[in-house]
Design a protein. Sequence first.
Length: 181
Amino acid sequence: MHVAPHEGYSIKKARDFVVKYAPYLRTTIQIAQVLLSVGGLVIPQLGNAATVINNAVPSRFQDPKYYRDMKQQLQMVDDLLNKVENQRNRAGASMIDKQKSKGTPLQGAELREIQTYLELVDDKRSLGNLYRIVTDDGYVRWVCLKRYDDISYNNKMSKYIKEFEAMGGKFDQKTKEAFIS
């Protein structure tokens, strides 16, 4: 797993967005905090690893200042979410607001609202430089362009191999050799 660089999206009504989607933002922040703490332990050790691995990691991820800045930004968002949650749980908050703070799943209209926004601001539908694929077992995964291209290439090659074998050819998966009899 790795970061797919993206400049982010501009949100005009940030307060409304945070209030409405706080439970989902909290989950995202928690995942980011765990990944950052694990990455903070693993990535600095790559300096002693093979050059190929070290070169694959962008330089900003090898900078300790990057980790401090990211931790600080995540903590700032976490504090903001705590403030929103506390306001929802105050004595005068409605039952609906209290349920939303517990992470009640968003329904169709709210999810369509996010989809409409992303379609407007991201006309290429890159969604954070991630591309949608569906696995053989039916799960949806969002992957970077390189993985998307690799998977698409492998899927097309599998199709060609099956067609080749249907015409009487043989393909050895281990050696990647094709034989015509």
